[in-house]
Design a protein around this ligand. Sequence first.
Ligand code: NAP
Length: 491
Amino acid sequence: MGLKVCLILDGATLEEDLQLWERWRPWVDLVELRADCLQRCEWDQLGHWPLLGQVPCILTLRRREDGGHWSGSEDDYTAFYLSRTGEGWDWWDLDEQARLPPQAIQDFRARGGRVLRSIHAMDGWQSDAVPRLLDLARGADAVKYAVWIRTAADLGKLFELSEDLAEVPRVVIGMGPYGFPSRILGRALGSLWTYALPREGVGPLGQIDPRTLKTVLRVHRWEVTHPVFGVAGDPALHSKGPWVHNLGFERLGLDAIYLPFPTDDLEATLQLRRWIRLRGLSVTVPHKEAAATLAWYADATTRACGSANTLVASGEGWVAHNTDVTGFLRPLLQQWGVESLIGKRITVLGAGGAARAVVWALVDRGAEVLVLARREERAKALAEALGARWGHLGPDALPFLREHADAIVQATSAGMGDQLGVDPLEFYAWEGRELAYELVYNPPITRFLERAKAAGCPIIGGWEMFREQALEQFELFTGQEYPQPFPEFEG
Ligand code: NAP
């Protein structure tokens, strides 16, 4: 029995909640009706909801200080639940402050209702959480601990807390990006269910929609004994890795899961092996260099370029690989139909982690490389270390750029996210002969590529490199080839 998915119904009216339920029902096992989100006039009709009887339902009145919308008095809180003892709710979520008369709770339970006592630690980790939860557990059917995870190291504390609550039925949730894995790996935390938002995208506390939970991340199929893979980065929730790798597992019938591990501390994330069978990680910004040093063995490419994008568990430690290098080179070599880049003069924009792998790959194949970055000193440091030339990314570099324009590689983070539409090479007039190679894959056509294409230049988009590095990673993770076809990019 896998992890259940509880849909949060946070509509302003019961009609809206009903529509949300209808929309998401194929992927939902129970719902939480958030009375604090409803207009007050809707409360009169609340009692009809359990009569629908379509799905188990939790009734919750969340206070403002716990991340909800309700700010009434303690008496009002009590009165709200007291007036509903006869209504047939499956669960009441009562927070730590709640002081309902024991008789009311007995009446509610006598009708088959169950009581969840919850703590919401919006300010982060609380050292007295375990005794407080154990205290709440007396007289409750389950407890819930939802805590804001401020640093990836605090995620491990959630697993420790779960060990201390081993005998108590519970739901344990890490809020915020660094807590995200707890929403997926609930089985390892002993959680009865995980919460989902009734809309696409990532909610303010890190919740996602139930369809993604079940069809992409397959939370209901994952058990503690199954291997875990993921992408570690900061940020990581936007990554397409889960979609690609989980599809591969699904097609091969592998009981494994791949999920985002947003982390500010790669080492702390690796230590999650104490509680889950973490077998491999894709590593992204800003941890690629740390990944190379945390491994007990690094492959030749990683050693040479000083950064790794893949960690594979080996014994008690990790082996580091760099699939960015081959992932980047393969589309380029195919485009030109060559194996060597001797005689090619190429410009790389940017001096971050990706640029480092790219410059190393190009120099290794014999290309003459010019590195341009908006901070010239970063371009200089990278270029000097790897045997390239450098310059400032701006119109002053045009004469050198024109001499290194067999290909121009866009390896900055401009063009995506909050830099959507930004072209770091806006000052350059494409001539039509240069190959434009973009690393950003979301969106698939950036302004940089758009302008190059309009000038008649051949182009390579970021999804091609993503595909190649992911294919190699999948083999490192599973020992098997990716079951084709590789998915086309979806925004
Ligand atoms: P990073 O380490 O954060 O480096 C980003 C670089 O971009 C830095 O040099 C930064 O300069 C520069 N930059 C950011 N905005 C800029 C702007 N508006 N103009 C000029 N330079 C700008 O990131 P990374 O790991 O190198 O990744 C870079 C990009 O490659 C990302 O978009 C990433 O998604 C993509 N990537 C794609 C693949 C793939 O498979 N397709 C693989 C790896 C990376 P400062 O240092 O001055 O901030």
